[in-house]
Design a protein around this ligand. Sequence first.
Ligand code: SF4
Ligand code: SF4
Length: 112
Amino acid sequence: MGLWSVIAEALRALFRRPVTVQSLTKAGQGVPVPERYRGRITFDREACIGCLLCIRTCPTGTILATEDRKVEFRLDHCIFCGQCVEICPKDAVKHTSNFEVVVSNRETLVIK
Ligand code: SF4
Ligand code: SF4
């Protein structure tokens, strides 16, 4: 490919519509995700009855029992498989559409 064809291609690209979806958005503006997207877990401690079924089903050891016979989630281990959401009899665990789990402090990924 000669220099002129490279320049012509660069100029064409300037005016073409992008073929990718913008992944970085303005603050407070989320990237659209499918309705059933399995994002970051939320946990409703009040709804939890401490059956511990979620611990038994979690393949990565993300969920730990707490002293008050409830659970906590260490999301730095979570692979968002959705097993805990499926098995919870009280709908205490749910997915959100949030996929941003990059943090500088792991402790902020503990959900109690
Ligand atoms: S989504 Fe999967 S890996 Fe994450 S806490 Fe639930 S069962 Fe464990
Ligand atoms: S499965 Fe649901 S109700 Fe049972 S311990 Fe886990 S979060 Fe609580």
